[in-house]
Design a protein around this ligand. Structure first.
Ligand SMILES: Nc1ncnc2c1ncn2[C@@H]1O[C@H](COP(=O)(O)OP(=O)(O)OP(=O)(O)O)[C@@H](O)[C@H]1O
Ligand SMILES: [Mg+2]
Length: 420
């Protein structure tokens, strides 16, 4: 285990001349590049992929980097691994400045999205491979500085331990092509943990798996975390993975950290509009609203006059920040919307029975309260608990309301949460 500290870390990829980039690009690459280009931060020197990245990761902590494509997650991870130079700033692992340390000497292992197994080797040999390079001190009476490789027996013991942990003992003699995707990913994880690295880096390790396997592997990573003593840094663009795995999550956008907090804090107190929309599924509902101060109290008023008084905790934060009355973007999560006597009048279009709850998509009647420019702009999404009896509301006209403890108030100008 080790703590990992990044101080003012930046990465600029220098521009590459066109000639050098005359490689053939697949259609998929082209689409991905297009998506990435939209987030490009172009500077004189090159592409600014990561900007002023600061974090102190504690020994044994599980950190998740999350954000849309091209936001600099992989670049950050690759700088920690030593696969990418750090343009400026400092990286400390276990208190030691590591900017110039070779990847192999950083005591770090990395798991990639593409499993990168050796096809001609068995599972056993794939897992054992990194141990060939491990040297450790074994002082002898006449040679106190003796350093040696692991013996065959020791390697076998370590591989079996890793295989047992990942429940792939019966696959050790097979070649990767005879394994399923999930099994291959487990072998890749086995190969990473067999050296007992101080830090385990994982770059979207589950994104090649189908939904069911993904859920299963996610649970297994939680298990693994309990069993091995390592600091985890995990990259994903899947907000559910981020919420379920991380002790803390780092939300990134355009190479810049937006928020570092526990999953609960990011969910309950998103710092800005972007984070509020990125974390949480189905996503937050947004309304055009007015923040008023009446008799020293803040009130949120919607276009039809529906008024919600933020809870005392929120009142205090707004007061501390000297927030003035203004037009705001009001955010409310679907799980916080309830059928009430007063609220926003809607006609239910779709009702999805999810089991314990149903997801209701409803069209707002009358005035346009919502802000988003997409096609379903006039829609509200609400999660209604069924309490044992599912009621199909399709076609009904309902009023949706919410309480003062669940309103998120964002500045229209800066898109920042006014409570911060
Ligand atoms: N070798 C490179 N040369 C130039 N620019 C690069 C290079 N690698 C990445 N970039 C750019 O740096 C930015 C961050 O890329 P990065 O791969 O870190 O994003 P990411 O968050 O991992 O995205 P994804 O979710 O798609 O994997 C992007 O704008 C990307 O185009
Ligand atoms: Mg990436």
């Amino acid at each position: 285990m080790a703590d990992v500290v990044l101080k003012h870390v930046e990465k600029i990829y220098p521009y590459v001349e066109k000639k050098k980039r005359s490689f053939k690009r697949s259609l998929k690459n082209q689409v991905e590049e297009k998506a990435k280009k939209s987030n490009l931060q172009l500077t004189e020197k090159g592409v600014l992929a990561v900007k002023d990245f600061n974090i102190e990761i504690k020994d044994g902590e599980f950190i998740v980097l999350v954000g849309p494509s091209g936001c600099g997650k992989s670049t950050t991870l690759r700088m920690i691994a030593g696969l990418e130079d750090i343009t400026s700033g400092e990286l400390y692992i276990d208190g030691k400045l590591c900017n110039a340390i070779e990847p192999k000497d950083r005591d770090i292992a990395m798991v990639f999205q593409s499993y990168a197994l050796y096809p001609h080797m068995t599972v056993f040999d794939n897992i054992a491979y990194p141990l060939k390079f491990v040297k450790y001190k074994d002082p002898l009476p006449n040679k106190p500085d003796n350093v040696r490789h692991l013996t065959k027996k020791e390697i076998e013991k370590r591989v079996l331990e890793a295989a047992k942990l990942l429940e792939i003992e019966e696959l050790l003699d097979r070649k990767p092509k005879h394994l399923s995707g999930g099994q291959r990913q487990r072998v890749a994880i086995g190969r990473a943990i067999v050296r007992n690295p101080k830090v385990l880096l994982m770059d979207e390790p589950l994104s090649n798996l189908d939904a069911k396997l993904r859920n299963q592997m996610r649970a297994e990573i939680i298990n693994l975390r309990e069993k091995i003593k390592t600091t985890f840094i995990y990259v994903t663009h899947d907000q559910i993975e981020a919420m379920t795995l991380g002790d803390r999550i780092v939300v990134m956008k355009d190479g810049i950290i937006q928020q570092i907090d526990t999953p609960q804090d990011v969910y309950e107190h998103p710092r800005n509009l972007f984070i509020s929309g990125f974390i949480g599924s189905p996503r937050m509902n947004y309304f055009d609203a007015e923040l008023l101060i009446q008799a020293g109290q803040y009130k949120v008023v919607l276009k039809n006059g529906y008024t919600v008084v933020p809870c005392e905790e929120k009142q205090a934060r707004l007061r501390n920040n000297h927030v003035k009355g203004q037009r705001i973007i009001l955010g409310v999560r679907p799980d916080h919307i309830a059928i009430k006597d007063e609220g926003i009048e809607c006609k239910v279009r779709v009702s999805e029975l999810m089991g314990a709850s149903s997801h209701i998509h409803a069209e707002i009647i009358g005035n346009d309260y919502t802000l988003s420019k997409d096609a379903s702009s006039n829609d509200i999404i609400a999660i209604i608990q069924n309490n044992g009896t599912y009621k199909n509301y399709v076609g009904s006209i309902l009023k949706f309301g919410f309480n003062g403890n669940v309103v998120h108030m964002f500045s229209k100008e800066t898109e920042n949460n006014l409570e911060f």
